[in-house]
Design a protein around this ligand. Structure first.
Ligand SMILES: *Cc1c(COP(=O)(O)O)cnc(C)c1O
Length: 399
């Protein structure tokens, strides 16, 4: 093991630990159960039957039917497949509606499509307000007869803010527009019932919900038009070629079952831990603020800005205590750019730079939360002591 120091893992929106139950379910597929599910013999056929069971487990979590699910290699592939399929379904339409706060898997694809030769596609990126929320009137006004597809995330990976995608899908459907949602952060964390919705396409990813990396799902509503992205063999009913990632799919099925069992009781506990963490940090540290609407949010996520310090510096100091978190800035081409999500929300530059995301899971404990509340004020005070920005502003005394 490379890591011997105890780790306080609060970066679950980046990736999660594979649940021990999930790993146990997967192991036989690396040893004795190595058959190809497409084979005609019974040895492969038994794997095919267990694959079908995993498909049902995923379907149950999101209120879909098995035949509406396509296993993919990741959330990013699911997003790309859905958006490109929708565009091919309506070749005469050129307009895409999305938001300014999407994950790069959607944001960069849409921007890429908008920049392709001849500007074939026109992209509208809806703005958000200071709390990270969309304006539904503005959304409706953005839709036109030229709109082929809307792609709006269910929950934001940086702030946890939840969008009213079911309502938005209904509005799109009434206009004959296809609706995709990136539910990678929502799946397993909040209830999803697609049977009751007008959503055409939904993406989820294994590694954000205690299954392994390298497996995703694309839901395609029965009757919605579809064109495969990966064309090859007849796997996934001809909708995604390539021999199935059997062990990971089995793991994802088990992870969905666990999420369904635990959601009701664990969400309350995780929300309490998150609120204790957030309130503790905001109360103890001056010039700090929450990013994102307090209530309309995933139970596990908090994004906090500490003005006049660098998020990266905070992360390095947290790391010395074994605390894993993320910052709201991305190191692009050598310079630290505040995240596009916080910029879209109008978070002031100095605050956006000093933002930290802490994201919890079922494996976090109250003593870990107490540990972070204990360590963070000293880290921020120390960094502000050496910050020229902080030195230059008049201030009340530090705690
Ligand atoms: C992680 C993430 C993705 C990408 O999923 P991968 O499986 O890593 O490709 C897409 N959207 C959101 C919101 C995410 O958090």
């Amino acid at each position: 093991m490379a890591e011997t120091r105890p780790v306080v893992y609060m970066d679950n929106n980046a990736t999660t630990r594979v649940a021990p139950e999930v790993l146990a379910a997967m192991l036989p597929y690396f040893s004795e159960l190595y058959g190809n599910p497409s084979s005609m013999h019974g040895f492969g056929g038994q794997v095919g039957r267990l694959l079908a069971l995993a498909r049902e487990q995923v379907a149950n979590l999101i209120g879909a039917t098995s035949d509406e699910l396509i296993f993919t290699s990741c959330g990013t592939e699911s997003d790309s497949t859905a958006i490109l399929a929708a565009l091919q379904a309506f070749p005469a339409k050129r307009h895409i509606v999305t938001t300014r706060v999407e994950h790069p898997a959607v944001k960069n694809l849409c921007e890429h499509l908008g920049q392709l030769t001849g500007h074939r596609h026109r992209v509208t990126q809806l703005p958000v307000d200071r709390e990270g929320l969309l304006d539904l009137e503005q959304y409706e006004a953005a839709l036109s007869d030229d709109t082929a597809v809307v792609s709006v995330m269910w929950a934001n990976n940086e702030t946890g803010v939840i969008f009213p995608v079911e309502k938005m899908a209904r509005i799109a459907k009434n206009r004959g527009i296809l609706f995709h949602t990136d539910a990678v952060q929502a799946a397993g964390k909040i209830p999803i019932n697609l049977a009751e919705s007008a959503i055409d396409f939904l993406s989820l990813s294994g590694h954000k919900m205690h299954a392994p990396k390298g497996v995703g799902v694309l839901y395609v509503r029965k009757g919605s038009p579809f064109v495969p992205l990966v064309v090859g063999g007849h796997q996934e009913s001809g909708r995604r070629g390539g021999t199935e990632n059997v062990s990971s799919i089995i793991g994802l099925g088990r992870a969905c079952e666990l999420a369904e069992e635990r959601m009701a009781e664990e969400n309350g506990r995780i929300r309490q831990l998150r609120d204790k963490l957030e309130d503790g940090l905001l109360n103890k540290i001056p010039n700090s603020m929450r990013n994102g609407h307090r209530a309309q949010r995933l139970p596990n996520t908090t994004s906090i800005s500490f003005a006049y310090v660098e998020g990266e510096a905070i992360l390095l100091h947290l790391d010395l205590f074994g605390i894993c978190a993320s910052s709201g800035s991305a190191c692009t081409s050598g310079s630290l750019e505040p995240s596009h999500v916080l910029r879209a929300m109008g978070v002031p530059f100095t605050a956006a730079h000093g933002s930290v995301r802490l994201s919890l899971s079922v494996y976090n404990t109250e003593s870990e939360v107490d540990f972070v509340i204990e360590k963070m004020p000293g880290i921020i005070a120390k960094l502000r002591d050496i910050s020229p920005f902080w030195q230059s502003i008049p201030q009340e005394s530090e705690v």
